[in-house]
Design a protein around this ligand. Structure first.
Ligand SMILES: NC(=O)c1ccc[n+]([C@@H]2O[C@H](COP(=O)([O-])OP(=O)(O)OC[C@H]3O[C@@H](n4cnc5c(N)ncnc54)[C@H](OP(=O)(O)O)[C@@H]3O)[C@@H](O)[C@H]2O)c1
Length: 257
């Protein structure tokens, strides 16, 4: 197991997979940096992490689409960001689920700017520190949707396919350094993801009706495992589905384990 005690930096740390991952690393007594747009949620995750053992938790209200804000935050707290050992590029979302021909262009922009452009901005802002230290681990939240597109998923699937491709190209460009690059590709995880997608909690509930989805903690566990392998081991990709989900289009709705 890797013995590093460097800082773990998580985008989208205000809920779901990001918050569950922060709590796991807090138990390891790792310093944390958490970014998201909702300050109150960030503050409550930070409090839980301190209670669980994190020696420090720095939170910043940052929209990953805003490169100016990203650069200003990092310039202002450069010493904190220099100590980052693991960047978990987790901030992301889907908006809408209707056929492409009926979809709203403004939803396209939100998904592309958050899942793709935001991911690029944060990665590029942190990489100079990783390169200067010749260490670091980039962990990207992809999705099963990256490789197995589903009906009405168009732009969301495309942004995650882009994350997959960028993960591979980063691994090529960083070959020869000690930097590790990992992609975590979940199937259905019961977080606020579907509520954000539909803007409707009842409709979101129906997504998981009659089946047992993954929990944020299941994905946090895989991220934590991948990040704590010995320094010479790179987990390139993990695809994690709930048992009831055979692929992105086939879900059993009968009671199951
Ligand atoms: N749930 C699933 O079924 C599933 C499956 C495969 C992949 N994923 C991926 O897993 C990641 C985490 O999703 P989740 O399931 O944990 O969903 P979630 O509970 O909705 O959490 C999403 C997180 O991203 C943050 N975020 C969204 N837009 C942002 C922005 N512009 N700037 C900064 N932070 C932003 C949100 O915080 P604020 O709203 O406070 O900004 C929140 O902390 C996403 O990349 C998602 O695509 C999820």
């Amino acid at each position: 197991m890797s013995k590093s005690n460097g800082t773990v930096f998580i985008t989208g740390g205000s809920g779901g997979i990001g918050a569950a991952t922060a709590e796991l690393f807090a138990r390891d007594r790792r310093p944390l940096i958490l970014w998201a747009r909702r300050r109150e949620k960030l503050d409550s995750v930070a409090k839980r992490c301190r209670d669980l053992g994190a020696p420090s938790v720095h939170v910043a209200e940052i929209d990953v689409r805003d490169r100016t804000a990203i650069d200003a935050e990092i310039r202002k707290n450069e010493a904190l960001y220099r100590a980052v050992d693991i960047l978990i590029n987790n901030a992301g979302l889907a908006k809408g689920m209707v056929p492409f021909q009926d979809a709203k262009p403004e939803d396209f922009a939100v998904m592309i700017d958050t899942n793709l452009t935001g991911f690029l901005h944060v990665t590029q802002a942190i990489l100079p520190f990783f390169l200067a230290n010749d260490r670091g681990h980039l962990v990207h939240l992809g999705s099963a949707a990256a490789r197995w597109a589903y009906p009405k998923g168009h732009v969301y699937c495309a942004t995650k396919a882009a994350v997959h491709s960028l993960t591979e190209t980063l691994r090529l460009d960083l070959n020869g350094t000690a930097i590790r690059v990992t992609e975590i590709s979940p199937g259905m995880v019961n977080t606020d993801f579907s509520t954000v997608r539909f803007g409707d909690a009842e409709r979101a509930k129906a997504v998981y009706a009659g089946m047992t989805p993954l929990l944020a903690e299941d994905i946090a566990d895989t991220i934590h495992w991948a990040a704590t392998r010995p320094a010479h081991v790179n987990i390139q990709e993990m695809v994690i589905y709930p048992v009831a989900q055979a692929n992105t289009t086939l879900v059993s709705r009968r009671p199951n384990p």
